[in-house]
Each structure stands twice: as C-alpha cells, then as structure tokens.
Design a protein around this ligand. Structure first.
Ligand code: FM0
Length: 325
C-alpha cells in the first residue's frame, strides 16, 4: 500500500478564473494549459494499518496547519471512495518547483498526491477518474495529469462527474518554450483562491471575461494543432490580460502586477516590434512567463535578463504527464 508518483506543473494559456462550486472545485469556464518539464513534484504515499492519523512532509520538513489540512481532506476522498475510513497515510513530498518561480506548487503537488494515493490503494483509475480526484485538491492540478497541451472541460453536472481534463496534443507535438521570469521585488500576493472568489462575486468585468472564453478556446486549439505560434501566443497573451482586467473591476479593486511585471511586459512587446516572436502570460502573482520558439531562445533570454528587477529566469520545455517509480 505504498506508491510514488511524479507530476509536472502547468501554465494556463486560457486561464481558469472563478468557481461555480467551491466545495467540489467546479470552474466557471474551460481552461487550457501546457505541462512544463522544468517543475515537478514527487510524492510517496504509504497507507498503513498502524497509523491513527495522516502525516505530511514537504522537502523533508513536517507540515502542519492549513497545508496539512488540505492534504488530509484530500485523502478523505480516497477513504470515502474505498470505504476504508480508518486507513491513514504517511505522505512524503519533494517539490522541484522553486517557490520563487511563482508557479503554484499545488498543481504538480495535488496531481502527484492523487496519483500516488490511487496507486497505493490499487484503484486502477482511468486518467479521467484521476483528473476528477485531482481537481478536488486544486483546480489547475487536474490538467497536470497529462503531458503536452491539455484542456479542462468545465462540465455541466452538479456532482462534477463531467469536469475533468483531456489532452489536446501530446508532449512531442510541438517544441515551444516557457521562460519563468522571476522578479526581485515581492509583495504579498492575494492568494488565487481569494482573488478569483472576489472577482466572481464583485467584478463588473467578469461577464465580459466569461463571454470571451469560447472564441479564445476554439482559436487557440486550432492554433496549437496547426503549430501557429503567433496565433497561440497572441490569444494566450490577450486571455491573460482579460483575466487580469477582471481584478481591476472587482470591489475592492486589486492587481497582481508590480512595476517589474510591467517592465517585462513592455520588453516582450518591444521584442515583437523587433520581429522576435515572444508572448507573455501571468498567473495570480507578479511573475511573468514568456512563450517563445527554441530558435529565439538566446536572444530572448538576454533581453529579458536586461530588464530592471529581473532576478532569475528558469526555462521549461513542454513536459510529460504523471509517471510512477
Ligand atoms: O492556472 O482554488 O488551481 O488556470 O493559476 O486551488 O482551485 O490554484 F492565474 C490563476 C489557479 C488559477 C490560472 O488556481 O485554484 C490557471 C490560475 P484552486 P488554483
């Protein structure tokens, strides 16, 4: 009753932004992401009859409080599913996602945890079923079940049984790169969970955001299949700007951007004026991810490094789905 699984994080090109059900983590809109090879979590789950409670270590350190509660509540889903309500687990997780990179480690974290738990319990879940479990740990994590290009179908049903991720194109379909640009100046973020709730509840721009999703999804999927970088990049960048616009229309208004965020955005726009194809996307934090093609890597990294306030850049290729040890 012990298994180890590895999952990569992902970056959304069409953002998940807003829930219609907080408990089951059901989204308001479909989203689409690229799985990244540069950032991953490896998790071992060991269910043991002699344990009276779960335990959770992250990078060798015992975790307590809210992060521990999230893990144990997530394992409850597996206890309920199997009827083994007295079975507890030792969870050991190693995170290869530098916290500073501004990637929510929850995506790779919950995908690896779900996969290891399901394998430890010999559940033989399909990828669809695994994605449904994973979604209930953290929404964006359900996309990390797969490698390559992945869409999370929001579904319609109230029980969430049709809200899961599917692969649009495999890892080897297209070699695009993502540079995670890490900034020096940091203020405390509004956590994505709180930010998306405030936006759904109050933003005067939220309806506009939702109305734009179907068209963005149709176009970006066609662009991915045709390997049309300009199309994919421009839709992703515009979609990110629309998501961030919703925060400005919230009450009270807020933004995840800092001075250096804008500095990197302007550098990306300048790159395009200089005919170097690069596009950005930004999640619920100040850091910027830049999409580009392999042949432009050297030029683009040099230009991004020159932006004031850029501390580090971590480059990723398109990554794989869940694997087991
Ligand atoms: O990844 O409340 O998954 O589509 O990263 O745990 O379901 O941490 F930019 C924001 C991530 C949202 C876009 O939200 O939320 C995306 C975001 P949870 P997540």
């Amino acid at each position: 009753m012990r298994a180890t699984a590895k999952a990569h994080t992902n970056i959304a090109l069409i953002k998940y932004w807003g829930k219609r059900d907080e408990q089951l983590i059901l989204p308001m809109n479909n989203s689409l992401s690229v799985t990244l090879d540069g950032f991953f979590t490896e998790t071992t789950v060991h269910f043991r009859d002699d344990l009276e409670t779960d335990s959770f270590t992250l990078n060798g350190e015992e975790v307590s409080g809210v992060p521990f509660e999230r893990v144990t509540k997530f394992l409850d889903l597996f206890r309920d599913y199997t009827g083994k309500t007295d079975l507890f687990a030792k969870v050991e997780s190693i995170n290869h996602v530098p916290t500073a990179a501004g990637f929510a480690s929850s995506a790779s974290g919950f995908a690896a945890l779900a996969a290891a738990a399901a394998k430890a319990l010999d559940l033989n879940l399909s990828e669809k079923e695994l994605s449904i479990f994973t979604r209930q740990g953290s929404g964006s994590a359900c996309r990390s079940v797969y490698g390559g290009f992945v869409e999370w179908e929001k579904g319609e049903r109230e029980d969430g049984s049709d809200s899961y991720a599917v692969q649009i194109a495999p890892q080897d379909h297209w070699d695009i790169r993502v540079a995670a640009v890490i900034l020096t100046a940091k203020e405390k973020d509004v956590p994505s969970r709180a930010g998306m709730k405030l936006t759904v509840d109050t933003s005067v721009f939220y309806d506009g955001w939702l109305k734009s999703i179907d068209q963005d999804l149709r176009d970006i999927k066609a662009g991915i299949l045709a390997k049309d970088f300009e199309k994919v990049g421009s839709i992703a960048e515009a979609n990110c700007l629309k998501m961030h616009a919703t925060t400005l229309g919230a009450a009270p208004p807020f933004t995840y951007w800092q001075d250096t965020t804008l500095g990197v955005m302007h550098e990306v726009w300048q790159l395009r004026k200089d005919r170097i194809p690069a596009y950005f996307t930004i999640d619920a934090g100040p850091n910027v991810k830049v999409l580009y093609l392999p042949e432009d890597e050297e030029k683009i990294l040099a230009r991004l490094r020159s932006v004031k306030g850029v501390e580090d850049i971590i480059v990723s290729k398109v990554g794989a789905g869940i694997s087991y040890k």
